[in-house]
Design a protein around this ligand. Structure first.
Ligand code: SF4
Length: 449
């Protein structure tokens, strides 16, 4: 049996699976967590604890057809002004509930398009954050940048705010692919943004590309990878395009007949991975690559890589606080998500309340399965004794779960006395789904490859 046959038999080319950036995944959050629980969890954060902040800007000038992000199109700055005031009010509320001496570990602005903010608003937001959560030595400040939505004034404002890492969305440089996904962006625009941001102090450049897009071929993807490497990124993300038009209505504009099928997606992924490898970028987890010295690669090598809502992270902070509409916070006790719409979010914040609308309180079983899934996604291996010790579970129970998983995936896993290993990383999301106690049979996720 060929490797392809094995992967097909386990459902890689036909199954859908979550990306497991949390466990349980966000669709399983419930109303048991609200503003009161969130306030309690903030108050229970220990003195001097490290915390990370995620700031969500859910606005874009353009709405790219391929994108499944929850974001709002706006051609004026008026909604940005009102939203910025809400972010500032939420930051103050959160800071007031935390011990005064928490240390900021990571600050990330994501969206949407954070660089839709004009320079003065970038500065205003950065100053408000700094007032409550000052950056210190070792903190990282990263921003997702749309290369078509950034100019010298915004670059200067970001540099003055102290950004250290920038993440540029490339997707694909082929004009035919760009037209089919409703996102036109030239190589020159992308290069200008990368160079300008580096010039103002962003020491680290991440670039994101997508495989599995309409009209993508081995030749076109090779060309995109070559152009991407010309920008000399420090870190690369290679994500599979998630075609979920039932959840992201704009995707009905994507020409479905031109989408590569499962085996082609797998081939495209391998092609790009091998090209990255041949240019000195080592693989991290299922979809990242980096050069020697990169923090994420170091974490992967020393076993401290973790999953969070941005995918992989080397951040070891136990508390991640999401600010803004739909943002998710993670505490040792569980998850708390803000109201998804900007209207509901603003109503809560303007009345002086936290905007938490749902979440999940972690049980002992959740912690055990979360750890197993995180190890599988980050290391493709699980050490049963370590999992038992860190989750307070009996070793026999952990071993029984792993032995059961091994029995269902015999051809692609090995099991010794204490160690479970997955030999085909592409299947990690499917194995994770097998460990997921909440996962009913569903067809609503993106393809597992
Ligand atoms: S890809 Fe970026 S700019 Fe395009 S719709 Fe999504 S968030 Fe907005």
């Amino acid at each position: 049996m060929t490797q392809h046959d094995t992967l097909r038999r386990y459902g890689l080319f036909s199954s859908r699976a979550p990306r497991y950036t949390s466990y349980p995944t966000a669709p399983h959050f419930n109303k048991n967590v609200g503003a009161e629980t969130m306030a309690n969890w903030l108050e229970q954060v220990p003195e001097r604890a490290k915390v990370s902040l995620y700031i969500h800007i859910p606005f874009c000038r353009r709405l790219c057809w391929f994108c499944a992000c929850r974001t709002q199109g706006t051609q004026t700055d008026a909604p940005l002004r009102g939203y910025l005031d809400m972010l500032k009010a939420e930051l103050a509320m959160v800071a007031n509930s935390l011990p005064a001496n928490v240390q900021l570990s990571r600050l990330h602005w994501g969206g949407g398009t954070p660089t839709i903010l004009p320079p003065a608003m970038i500065t205003e937001l950065a100053e408000e954050i700094d007032h409550h959560f000052p950056l210190s030595t070792g903190s990282e400040f990263s921003v997702e940048v749309d290369p078509t939505m950034v100019d010298p004034g915004k670059v200067k404002a970001l540099g003055a705010a102290g950004l250290t890492r920038v993440s540029l969305g490339v997707q694909d440089f082929d004009p035919k692919v760009q037209t089919a996904i409703g996102r036109i962006q030239s190589f020159d625009e992308t290069k200008w943004a990368a160079d300008a941001l580096r010039d103002v102090g962003a020491q680290n450049l991440n670039l994101d590309i997508l495989y599995g897009l309409p009209f993508q071929t081995a030749t076109s993807l090779t060309d995109t990878v070559a152009k991407t490497l010309e920008l000399s990124p420090d870190r690369l993300a290679l994500y599979g395009y998630a075609h979920v038009p039932w959840a992201a209505k704009r995707q009905v504009l994507i020409p479905e007949a031109e989408l590569p099928d499962g085996p082609m997606r797998y081939a495209l992924f391998h092609l790009a991975s091998q090209l990255f490898g041949s240019f000195g970028y080592d693989a991290i987890g299922i979809d990242h690559f980096a050069r020697a010295g990169d923090g994420l690669l170091n974490a992967s090598l020393n076993g401290t890589l973790r999953r969070n809502f941005q995918g992989y992270t080397d951040d070891q902070a136990e508390v991640l606080i999401g600010i803004g509409a739909s943002s998710i916070s993670r505490f040792p006790q569980g998850y708390a998500q803000n109201a998804p719409g900007t209207g509901e979010y603003a109503t809560a914040i303007s009345s002086g309340k936290l905007a938490t609308s749902k979440g999940h309180i972690l049980s002992d079983d959740d912690r055990l399965r979360a750890k197993l899934i995180e190890d599988l996604m980050c290391r493709f291996a699980v050490d049963a004794s370590t999992v038992a010790e860190t989750t307070g579970t009996k070793s026999a129970e952990v071993n029984a779960i792993l032995a059961d998983l091994h029995s269902r995936y015999k051809d692609v896993t090995t099991m010794t006395t204490d160690t479970f290993t997955l030999t085909e990383p592409a299947l990690s999301r499917l194995l994770a789904m097998d460990l997921d106690a909440y996962q009913a049979e569903t067809n609503r996720h993106s393809l597992a490859i």
